[in-house]
Design a protein around this ligand. Structure first.
Ligand SMILES: Nc1ncnc2c1ncn2[C@@H]1O[C@H](COP(=O)(O)OP(=O)(O)OP(=O)(O)O)[C@@H](O)[C@H]1O
Ligand SMILES: [Mg+2]
Length: 266
């Protein structure tokens, strides 16, 4: 199963959710591949692959554009093996990809085609999207056909979601055989801005009770990412934050819930 973690608004927790969903699925015994579809490389950099991002010989650009040595058959050339899950890292050069894919008739389908040719035996593929609506974000939606929406629980979220729902409708109209399913909404950094209960109610009404998840605004989330892992591989004692221990337990439970829900849809 493939899951796109998508939302065109910046800083709502796409990358954090991607890392922890991939970590949770891996913790539950699955083989997981994460794909960084954001040219800004948040996922790649947060997992510590700065050199890959800046200097690797090949980028997703090369595979999806087929402009050089590589073709859509070669996604496996990009995979790096991680301790929790594998990764297709992003690359500085992928900034050129957005422009390239715009100009290609089937550009938006390139990631889907590349993944169809290289499933690599993974149980789950988690795709982290960029914070804008363009061919890369559309490509991630088309490739996964399942989307998890991270969001802050504020009123702007309603507008952001409406825009994304419209984009999904447009894609489904344009591509006959595509149907994009909702995995759910992750309300991220809950507690930060004194979220109203009306907003949570709106999410539950929109998605259904079993499809809405909450992640509290806790520094333990950031500390785990500082140590380049999900909360599942994060050891607060080793990292010098022993007081994170209880919070980490709770966060693991929350992300495990999302992973179990994802499994139930596959
Ligand atoms: N539950 C949380 N508690 C505390 N901090 C969090 C939480 N979730 C995310 N953050 C922090 O919020 C910031 C934004 O998160 P993240 O990078 O995951 O968002 P994003 O949607 O991927 O952003 P971008 O649009 O820039 O790619 C990061 O610094 C992250 O560590
Ligand atoms: Mg991100």
């Amino acid at each position: 199963m493939r899951v796109n973690v998508g939302m065109q608004k910046g800083g709502v927790g796409k990358t954090t959710t991607s890392i922890n969903l991939a970590g949770a699925l891996s913790d539950r015994g699955h083989d997981v591949l994460a794909i960084d579809a954001d040219p800004q490389g948040g996922l790649t950099l947060k997992l510590g692959y700065r050199d890959r991002y800046r200097e690797a010989e090949y980028a997703t650009y090369d595979v999806l554009s087929e402009m050089g040595q590589l073709s859509l058959d070669d996604l496996d050339e990009l995979v790096v093996e991680g301790k929790e899950f594998d990764l297709v890292p992003s690359h500085l050069r992928n900034f050129r990809l957005e422009k390239h894919l715009y100009s290609e008739a089937r550009g938006v389908e390139a990631l889907k085609l590349a993944l169809d040719r290289h499933e690599g035996g993974y149980d789950y593929i988690v795709i982290d999207s960029p914070p804008n609506l363009g061919p890369l974000a559309d490509g991630a939606l088309l490739a996964a056909e399942n989307v998890l929406f991270p969001s802050h629980a504020n009123t702007i979220a309603q507008d952001s979601l409406q825009i994304l729902f419209d984009e999904i409708d447009t894609l489904e109209d344009k591509f006959d055989d595509v149907e994009i399913s909702t995995v759910g909404a992750v309300l991220n950094e809950v507690g930060k801005d004194g979220v109203s209960s009306e907003m949570k109610d709106w999410f539950v009404e929109t998605f259904g009770e079993d499809y809405v998840f909450e992640i509290p605004d806790w520094t333990a989330v950031e500390h785990s990412i500082e140590s380049r892992s999900s909360v599942f591989a994060y050891n607060p004692d080793d990292a010098g934050y022993p007081w994170d221990t209880d919070k980490v337990e709770e966060l693991r439970d929350r992300y495990t819930e999302i992973a179990k829900h994802t499994e139930s849809l596959s």
